[in-house]
Design a protein around this ligand. Sequence first.
Ligand code: SF4
Length: 265
Amino acid sequence: MKGLIFDIKRYSINDGPGIRTTVFFKGCPLNCLWCHNPESRLHEIEHVRRVRNLGENSFEVEEEIGRWYTIPEVIRELEKDSLFYEESGGGITFSGGEPLVQAGFVTVLASECQKRGWNTALDTCGYASRKSLQQVEPYTDLYLYDLKGMNNTDHMMHTGVDNSLILDNLLYLLQQGRRVIFRFPVIPGMNDSENNLLDLMHFLVNIKTSHREIHLLPYHNIQKSKYERLGINYKLNDLQAVAPESLKMIKAGLESIGYTVKTGG
Ligand code: SF4
């Protein structure tokens, strides 16, 4: 059994509690306009050309994005920081792309992590079959669940998919008593209007969960160069970063309905 992974990032402090190692899976069913990991979208190995400088000379090298790993190969990488997981209250985060695209591999990997006493978190966009979600569920300690917008028409326009499956899956997980931290990417002009924010707050205030925590992920455009390298047209070239006052206002609104709000992952 092999999984297609494009990065394994050590000492991550933005992908769940404590110090974590994040495994980035390749393949995603969404096509978010602002995607900060465009190299994650295709479920296949990609090749890009990159310019390297050596002294006064520069030369082009071909870089491969993505590699097929076996479970023991990933575990060997994760073991390198196992001391930190326990001491910091951290663990392993499965991210992407969308890890549930490779639900079979993630299930086995997550169960191997739990056997070693490592906390497991699934960073998901929620757009997956119920079968995939349930397959990984027994081996997932925490969900980092994206809410990209409550308005379905906007959601479709900005991500390429309907949000009803995402919301259904979320409600299912909450009904099962699963621990979920919400993640809201704040994208100026796309999901930060007053109406969108009121809809989001209305949804969040009415759900049944004992853990009210949300992370705001403010838009930035440092991913632009990745699009250039991949030869993908970046459609948000002119979009500016989120204004600090807007973030403050969104944070205050969410805190007023009883949520702990963190800015960043
Ligand atoms: S869900 Fe995440 S990885 Fe997938 S396209 Fe959207 S931002 Fe990119």
